[in-house]
Design a binder for this molecule. Sequence first.
Ligand SMILES: C[S@@+](CC[C@H](N)C(=O)[O-])C[C@H]1O[C@@H](n2cnc3c(N)ncnc32)[C@H](O)[C@@H]1O
Length: 217
Amino acid sequence: MTLKSIPLTDELHGYLVAHGAPPDEVIRDLAEETLALLPEHASMQVAPEQAAFLTFLTRLLGARQAVEVGTFTGLSALAIARGLVDGGRLTCFDISEEYTSVARRYWARAGVADLIDLRIGPAGDTLRQLPNERYLDFAFIDADKTGYPIYWAELVPRMRPGGVIAVDNVLRHGRVIAPQNADDRAIAAFNDDVLADVRVDAVMLPIADGLTLARVH
Ligand SMILES: C[S@@+](CC[C@H](N)C(=O)[O-])C[C@H]1O[C@@H](n2cnc3c(N)ncnc32)[C@H](O)[C@@H]1O
């Protein structure tokens, strides 16, 4: 039995990305521009293998209605939008006009702008405006870490039976087992809550900074 996921050197990571839906020109340019414009924040962007996985998972679910909490410059949203079925919609939530102005340009360039409804404001408030129905096929949570429990509470009751919520940064670069700040503690508590939540089946995957996938009953 293989006991655990192998550690990734830079070289092995490059191989993995190159052999699993490598980034196209739009994604490469978006990553470059994000780094140039926002060098201190560029690491917030999902990893390239995560972007590929988000497209794959959205397509696998046949997702028609998706939500993203935490959009930044738009890479994960672009990845999700590319996986939607024809006529599908992605509703994105973020607080920053500055970050998401970059996203809008790249969504237009990728031809997915018409599929995305971006709502600006604190997601704890704006998520409540979504219909109170079980209609979502897929949701991705990647915003402020202390807000995760609120986003979870708003999203789980809106997922269709069998719908999936993906949650990013659940390992906090390893600090989740020895939290060093408020965000680490928030994620450690959130992970315990997900484990105890009888409404979902969840797995935690060691992709990038850790990704939980939760299938809602
Ligand atoms: C980790 S980044 C998202 C990265 C994005 N998924 C990507 O792949 O590029 C977190 C985002 O959450 C947003 N954010 C922070 N607090 C928020 C809040 N209360 N409501 C909505 N968005 C928030 C930030 O503006 C930032 O763009």
